[in-house]
Design a protein around this ligand. Structure first.
Ligand code: ADP
Ligand code: MG
Length: 638
């Protein structure tokens, strides 16, 4: 007796902190599209049916006696509640706590912080909601319309059922429950200001709008009668002419758990040696966790309309992980295990086919809709660059898709454009890498290029330091970093008439001699801290800059590797001087004097520190740097 009452007793549990924060945002946002709660709950019910269908392939007992999967929506006016019930896989106690008490997705805390900070900055609610939409509130969206949510569920093949209940305020209760058959019922006690959702016509309309593509029958149960609302055939099996644009969009929202519009929709059927169909989307907005280190692709694999897995690594290369949607194969065996999908020749063929289709679509859009393509590039360019690094067989196609900023002007340029604009005598594609475009535009190393009107590509993604050296060239033209080695600028005709001759040559022999003396003095002062000192043609405004030796690591790559503890020691650099700069001229004059070396030592060391600072690096000895700086300031002010 005592035992059975203990059994019924509800246990109180707290939500994970992130869930509480999320629920708070959901409940307190005046979200204009509250009706999406139904889409989310139907989506979960449909996923639960998909998962059961897959499990039943190997364990047919699971669906015995109740083989027809379905979702029922019913309204109870007396208790002001709506119930969404499915006969899918169900949940056991542990899953119930994990799935409806925590959020497993990585980056959750970060996105909640972002939403909170947008709020304090008084941005409108819509921004926060669109962020949260992208993130996907899923099950918790029920609290937009419900003051209390009750979930009763029984896992397929298990004996007991459980009840989960919460008003969305920090805690939920858990207890054992009665339920005859497998599956899950979610009952919402509807808030006073959400009574509109109790109307069957309204519900029918919402299901039609958002969930028509769901391949499981969705029935609206009114009293004794039940009527089917959706079409219930998998959207990708229908022909394109049967599908309206909005249906694609809703399907995208469902499979991608996304809230934006698809930027591209690829609906296709391949019929040949192997047969498969696909409905794939490229999102408009970059999904918030696309740079998660697991680099998993997100496309779902079906076999003959049965969901198999959303975790088939070999279905797509990692750099295509921005794709969302489904691929449905006719040739794979329905009983295929997830292990059997590895090194599977059918999967390999499908993968190849998808890559080709996506590349063709991108090529078409890049040519025909450059502005729209710029948006794609902004969101997913770094992934295409990963492809350049990893995928030898697609290299030339990917190079054609590549875009970047350059010194040519605003907007994105292609490599083909660059080649067309190359100057007479120019035989390399010049580029510079760094943290952002604005800083790169001010780099001393590109001054001489700009003076000669030679275009330099400005690359600001960390991966640029890897793919450019590994790809090496575009068609036959090599890439060359402007921060590395000799710049060979003398071979290229200068754009401005003033700069026709190289400065060193036009100078009088006296100045030339002074410069040589200065270089000797600097080498002595710098000793091991630089590998060479020389005059430069790449500078016009700045006095000095650092470059890497030809054939050594690019400077930005070196910094990157150091940040990630992949490299302990920096290679020493070459310091280049601008012989036309007043400061350098003055130093050269002093260097010629007696005791010249001692007189210029402090200035020389400051100059080297300054060159490091311009690279965004730290100075070797900050205290000594500050002392020297103080002395110079004091002298300057006297
Ligand atoms: P998502 O669907 O993106 O995983 P949700 O918040 O919508 O996130 O749901 C959380 C989890 O709860 C689901 O992944 C699933 O494991 C579980 N779940 C929700 N509803 C059901 C259901 N009707 N049947 C079985 N499991 C469910
Ligand atoms: Mg969901």
């Amino acid at each position: 007796m005592a035992k059975s009452s203990a059994k019924k007793k509800a246990e109180k549990l707290s939500f994970q902190a992130e869930v509480s924060r999320l629920l708070h945002i959901v409940a307190h946002s005046l979200y204009s599209e509250r009706e999406i709660f139904l889409r989310e709950l139907i989506s979960n019910a449909s996923d639960a049916c998909d998962r059961l269908r897959y499990e039943a392939l190997t364990k047919p007992k699971l669906t015995k006696g109740d083989p027809d999967l379905h979702i029922n929506i019913s309204v109870d006016k007396r208790s002001s509640s709506i119930t969404i019930a499915d006969n899918g896989i169900g949940m056991n106690r542990k899953e119930l706590i994990e799935n409806l008490g925590t959020i497993a997705r990585s980056g959750t805390a970060a996105i909640l912080d972002k939403i909170a900070s947008d709020k304090t900055e008084k941005k409108n609610d819509k921004d926060g909601m669109s962020l949260i939409g992208q993130f996907g509130v899923g099950f918790y969206s029920a609290f937009m319309v419900a003051e209390e949510v009750t979930v009763v569920t029984k896992k397929a093949g298990a004996a007991g059922a459980f009840q989960w209940q919460s008003d969305g305020n920090g805690e939920f209760t858990l207890s054992e429950a009665e339920r005859d058959s497998r599956g899950t019922s979610v009952t919402l006690r509807i808030k006073k200001d959400a009574k509109e959702f109790m109307e069957p016509d309204r519900l029918r309309h919402i299901v039609k709008t958002y969930s028509d593509h769901i391949p499981v029958p969705i029935n609206l149960v009114e009293g004794e009668t039940s009527s089917r609302v959706n079409d219930a055939s998998a959207l990708w099996t229908r022909t394109r002419s049967q599908i309206k644009g909005d249906q694609y969009k809703e399907f995208y929202h469902h499979v991608a758990h996304a809230n934006d519009d698809p930027w591209a929709t690829l609906h296709f059927r391949a019929e040949g040696v192997i047969e498969y169909s696909g409905l794939l989307f490229i999102p408009t907005a970059r999904p918030f966790n696309i740079f998660h280190p697991d680099r998993k692709n997100q496309v779902k694999l079906y076999v003959k309309r049965v969901f198999i897995t959303d975790n088939c690594e070999e279905l797509l290369p990692s750099w295509l992980r921005f794709l969302r949607g489904v691929v449905d194969s006719e040739d794979l065996d329905l009983n295929v295990s997830r292990e059997m999908l590895q090194n599977n020749p059918i999967v390999a063929k499908i993968r190849k086919g998808i890559v080709t289709r996506v590349l063709n679509e991108l090529k078409k859009r890049a040519t025909k809709e450059p502005d729209s393509y710029a948006g794609f590039w902004d969101a997913f360019g770094p992934l295409i660059k990963e492809g350049l690094y990893e995928s030898f067989e697609n290299r030339s196609d990917l190079l054609a898709l590549f875009r970047c900023h350059s010194t040519h002007g605003e907007g994105l340029v292609s490599l083909a454009d660059y080649i067309k604009r190359m100057k007479k005598g120019q035989d390399s594609i010049y580029y510079i890498t760094g943290e952002n475009i604005e800083t790169l535009m001010k780099s001393p190393q590109i001054e001489g290029f700009q003076a000669r009107d030679i275009e330099v590509l400005l690359l600001a993604d960390p991966i640029d330091d890897f793919w450019v050296p590994s790809v090496g060239k575009f068609d036959e033209t090599p890439f060359k970093s402007v921060t590395q080695g000799g710049a060979d600028l003398s071979d290229i005709k200068s754009a401005s008439s003033k700069k026709k001759k190289t400065p060193a040559k036009k100078d009088s022999p006296g100045t030339q001699e002074g410069m040589e003396q200065l270089i000797r003095a600097l080498k002595e002062i710098y000793a091991e801290s630089v590998s060479d000192v020389r005059t430069s043609e790449r500078l016009t405004a700045s006095a000095v800059c650092l470059v890497a030796e030809e054939g050594s690591l690019d400077m930005n790559l070196e910094r990157l590797l150091q940040q990630h503890q992949q490299l302990d020691k920096k290679a020493s650099r070459i310091l280049e001087l601008n012989p036309d700069h007043e400061l350098i001229k003055a130093l050269a004059k002093t260097a010629k004097k007696k005791n010249g070396n001692t007189q210029i030592a402090d200035a020389a060391l400051l100059l080297l520190d300054q060159a490091h600072i311009m690279e965004g690096e730290s100075v070797t000895d900050p205290v000594a740097f500050a002392r020297r700086m103080e002395t110079f300031m004091k002298n300057g002010l006297q």
